[in-house]
Structure formats: structure tokens, C-alpha cells
Design a protein around this ligand. Structure first.
Ligand SMILES: [Zn+2]
Length: 344
């Protein structure tokens, strides 16, 4: 049994998993949580297997098929030692962003292999449980890409053409604000004095989506599908948000006229701050983001934000728990080809 906080550093991580078997056992623990090992094949209800001598392979007592901890996960088709995957996940989570060239050097695989690893890891990052946002939710969009290298990150011009650049891809974001609780407690130095303290009882949660454009017919159904009816939504004056009043308490911050906090104290600064972080990570590390892969980079950003209160071990555990999804080489190649044809 591995105790909590056993791998804070990359050295801890490598020492913790000296063999392929130790990696598999850890993945079993995260995937099945020490309970019944449900058969990973969709058409089988079996939950107890025979264990092979190697400690890695299992045989379902119900359908008699052989499987491992990797079956049905992003690791299934990979021949790489699992420790390389663990290190890759560690690096993806630990760094602001990592390129496939750098990852290839760090884990000792070719750049092409590292590229596939990164895409598989990002697929898992987007596999988080869907959560409905509530309370106060800030709304905003940003634009990514563009053919001219020098204007990858054109500043968005509110309420103007800035929202319809043809060579850019819009991304819409919704951020549920921190939920606070105010408590009173004795002062640590002078216990006679009572101090008021603001505690975050629910850290902010962000959801982002690549969209075809920022018209109301696109943005509003997304808001309605992701934000609980009756919540407060905060946006700027963009007309694409007009009409939300029928479902939500809609607060508008008039950026066009230099307003950043409205009369009632509402702001969309947090989501905009999140955007600048998102842009920095893409501009600084990935340089050029293909339109067809943008959603995966968005998923990485969202996962990191929503799991920021965990240490790196906690984040790795979340990733291993939700690693049950496949991204086949064929699918990735089709995406890459489609992208190549478009850019010709
Ligand atoms: Zn089975």
C-alpha cells in the first residue's frame, strides 16, 4: 500500500515505481479503488478475475478474456514502460506547459511518440466529470490562433470586429466564482481579540469550450447547458449574451466604457485573468496551436485550474482514475491529416 504524499518530486516518483508491476498495481488501485475489479470489456459484468503469476495480467472469471490495468485506458495500446507515462503525466501537470520536443527528451522517446503521449494525456484531462456551475458565474470569450505569426494574440476589441476575426478560433469560458464563508475566531497573538476571516469553502471552477463563433445562438445554449437556472451570470456588454435575463440574473460590466466593476460590485476579471494565463501558456510553450487540437489544449488548461488545490500526486491520481478512455492512433492521424489539408 502506498502512503499519501509518497511522490512529491520526480525522483520520488521514479523511486516509488521501480518495476512495471509496481506501476500496474498502482494503476489498479486508482482504477478500481481496492474494490471489485470489474471486467473492462463493455459486454461483460464480471467483477472477479484470476491473477497471472506476473501480477500484471488478469483473466475474467465470467468471460475468460485476459486484461491488464491498462485495458480500456489511454495506455492500452502503448508498448512504453508505464514509468515513462507516469513521468510524462508528472511533467504535464508540473510545468506550465510542455512541448512534445521537450517531453521526448525528458522521458527518452522520439518527438513523434511524445506528441501522441501528450494527446492521449490531454484526452484524459478532458474526461473529467461534468459539473453544473452555480452561484455567480463569469462569462467571457477569447480568440486563439491566426495565420500571421506576429498577431497570434491580437487583443480582443470589445464590441467590435475583434470578435469576428476569420482566421482565429473563439473559445468560450465560464467561471463559477469562489464561494466564501466568513468566520470569527480569536486572534492568534492576542486571544482576547476576535478577528473575522474569509474562507474559501468552494474554489472556483472553470469550463471552456471551443466555439464556431460568438453569436448568441451559439453562446447562449452553452450557458444554459452548463449553468444552473436562477444563478447570476456576469458578462461584458457583448450582444451575444443579450437574452440571458429570462433564465438568469444577468449582470453586465460595461468594458466598452471603461467599466471593470459594475455598480453592484460584479466583475468578470477572474475569468479574464484566467484567459491571460491560458494565452501565456500557449504562446510561451506551444507557439502554434492547430485549430483541430485546440480543444485538447483547452482541456489541459481547465483540468489544471479545476485541480489546482491538489498536490502533484493528487493530480496524477485524478488522471489515473479517469484514464478510462481511448484515443486511437488512427483518430489522431485523421485529425492531423485534416489539419494539413486545411492549411494547404
Ligand atoms: Zn469479463
Amino acid at each position: 500500500m502506498i502512503a499519501k504524499n509518497q511522490f512529491k518530486t520526480i525522483i520520488d516518483l521514479v523511486n516509488q515505481f521501480p518495476t512495471e508491476q509496481s506501476c500496474h498495481h498502482y494503476l489498479v488501485g486508482q482504477r478500481w479503488g481496492g474494490g471489485y475489479m470489474e471486467c473492462p470489456y463493455d459486454d461483460c459484468q464480471g467483477d472477479t478475475p484470476y491473477i497471472f503469476k506476473d501480477g500484471i495480467r488478469y483473466k475474467c472469471k465470467c468471460c475468460h478474456r485476459i486484461y491488464t490495468a491498462k485495458t480500456g485506458t489511454i495506455f492500452e495500446a502503448s508498448k512504453l514502460p508505464m514509468i515513462k507515462w507516469f513521468v510524462a503525466i508528472y511533467l504535464v501537470m508540473h510545468k506550465k506547459g510542455i512541448s512534445s520536443i521537450q517531453l521526448g527528451k525528458d522521458v527518452g522517446v522520439q518527438q513523434k511518440t511524445a506528441w501522441f503521449m501528450l494527446h492521449r494525456i490531454r484526452k484524459v484531462l478532458g474526461n473529467s466529470e461534468d459539473e453544473i456551475l452555480e452561484g455567480t458565474v463569469q462569462l467571457d470569450e477569447t480568440f486563439v490562433g491566426g495565420k500571421n505569426k506576429n498577431r497570434h494574440w491580437d487583443k480582443k476589441v470589445k464590441g467590435s470586429q475583434g470578435r469576428s476575426f476569420k482566421d482565429k478560433t473563439p473559445v468560450m469560458g465560464m467561471m463559477q466564482q469562489n464561494v466564501y464563508e466568513f468566520i470569527e475566531r480569536p486572534n492568534k497573538v492576542e486571544p482576547d481579540k476576535i478577528v473575522k476571516e474569509r474562507l474559501i469553502v468552494k474554489p472556483s471552477v472553470i469550463k471552456c469550450q471551443v466555439v464556431v463563433n460568438t453569436k448568441g445562438e451559439i453562446l447562449q445554449p452553452i450557458v444554459r447547458a452548463n449553468v444552473l437556472v436562477g444563478s447570476t451570470v456576469v458578462s461584458d456588454e457583448w450582444w451575444g449574451y443579450q437574452g440571458l435575463k429570462s433564465t438568469y440574473e444577468h449582470q453586465i460590466v460595461d468594458h466598452l466604457h471603461g467599466q471593470y466593476v459594475n455598480q453592484l460590485g460584479y466583475t468578470s476579471n477572474a475569468v479574464e485573468g484566467g484567459w491571460s494565463q491560458f494565452k501565456r501558456s500557449i504562446f510561451g510553450i506551444y507557439h502554434k496551436v492547430s485549430k483541430n487540437h485546440l480543444d485538447k489544449y483547452v482541456d489541459e488548461f481547465v483540468f489544471k485550474h479545476n485541480n489546482r488545490t491538489f498536490d502533484v500526486e493528487g493530480q496524477i491520481n485524478v488522471i489515473l482514475k479517469q484514464s478510462e478512455c481511448r484515443l486511437r492512433l488512427k483518430e489522431l492521424k485523421a485529425i492531423a491529416n485534416a489539419n494539413r489539408q486545411k492549411s494547404c
